[in-house]
Design a protein around this ligand. Structure first.
Ligand code: SF4
Length: 329
């Protein structure tokens, strides 16, 4: 069975952008692939090193979000990155032959450095794509479901795997990226990306009243003052959400909006109902698993499975690099 590695940075609860961009796909793929879900606490600390307590809280939240969304902890291994020592070991090995200029020219690193205001990047932040390569390769994953902005990082992983194999011998597969049909969702304010830091997100754990309030205040086409004004759905946040959660009605909504035969309030109410169809079962599962010790046990089990996979890979890597010093010949 082929393997998938995917996961999240535990910097906050997961929202609809995560659901559309990756979670939904993970749930579908868990039956076809051996699935590892990484809760990437070290990666989160490369930007949030001053607030480790926030990361700790969100390790649990993000795990719960994944299970609530439909991942079956019996089938998939959900694990904490920092508790798998082989990932740290591989990060060091991969750093031996990955050049600084390759990392500096990574477009996602450049964008994120700007976003976080890093004028002088730390060693940890600049090198996080190498650490991410170790996240993916420690279990020798074949497939990585990612958002579009993560594609340059998957390229770094492919380079890392290819180069290791050339230098020392065939150990790692060159994993393929899998981008969702809709890989990013715009924010409630019309910003290009739904994000916790921009305060424009609907969270998986939001209650119906909160969702209603958020949707009703979301930005639509500003040209529509009256119900009969012809609209431009292509610039409307609500229309983008219909595409993600109500695809069967999209042609009808598009045509009614353009003709001015549907009001924005009705269009939003329709969306609220559709979102509820997706989010109500997620909320129910969340309640079921949100019990003392349950999430912790799932993480413990998943992390142990990840460590076993990591030990096997490290054995192969050490042998290839001739660093298996204590191995009996
Ligand atoms: S009718 Fe719907 S798609 Fe058209 S502008 Fe209003 S909310 Fe957006």
């Amino acid at each position: 069975m082929q393997r998938i590695l995917t996961g999240d940075r535990p910097t906050g609860p997961l929202h609809l952008g995560h659901f559309v961009g990756s979670l939904r796909n993970r749930v579908k793929l868990q039956n076809q692939y051996e699935t590892y879900i990484i809760v990437a606490d070290i990666q989160a600390l490369t930007t949030h090193w001053e607030t480790p307590e926030l990361i700790r809280t969100n390790v649990r939240e993000v795990t719960l979000d994944n299970i609530a969304a439909g991942l079956d902890p019996e089938k998939v291994s959900i694990f904490v990155q920092s508790m798998v020592p082989q990932i740290a070991e591989l990060t060091v090995l991969f750093g031996l032959y990955t050049s600084v200029s390759r990392l500096k020219h990574n477009p996602t690193i450049k964008t994120e450095a700007k976003q976080y205001g890093f004028t002088d990047m730390t060693y940890g932040f600049l090198g996080y794509p190498v650490s991410q390569a170790a996240d993916i390769l420690f279990c020798r994953a074949n497939l990585v479901p990612v958002g579009e902005d993560q594609l340059p990082h998957v390229e770094v992983t492919r380079f890392v795997a290819r180069r290791f194999n050339e230098l020392y011998g065939e150990v790692f597969p060159e994993p393929r990226a899998m981008v969702s049909e809709i890989s990013r969702l715009i924010g409630l304010d019309g910003n290009t990306k739904m994000s916790k830091s921009l305060g424009n997100a609907i969270y998986l754990k939001d209650e119906p009243a909160e969702i209603k309030k958020k949707v009703m205040s979301a930005v639509t086409d500003p040209a529509r003052i009256h119900r009969t004004d012809p609209g431009h759905p292509e610039i409307c946040t609500i229309f983008a959400y219909h595409k993600a959660f109500n695809s069967s009605e999209v042609p009808e909504i598009e045509s009614s909006c353009r003709k001015g035969t549907i009001g924005c309030v009705a269009c939003k109410k329709n969306l609220i109902n559709k979102l509820e169809e997706t989010l109500a079962p997620i909320r129910e599962r969340r309640v079921r698993f949100d019990k003392p010790g349950v999430v912790e046990d799932i993480l413990f089990e998943g992390t142990n499975r990840a460590i076993k996979a990591g030990e096997k890979t490290m054995g192969l890597a050490r042998e290839a690099m001739h660093t298996d010093y204590w191995k009996e010949s």
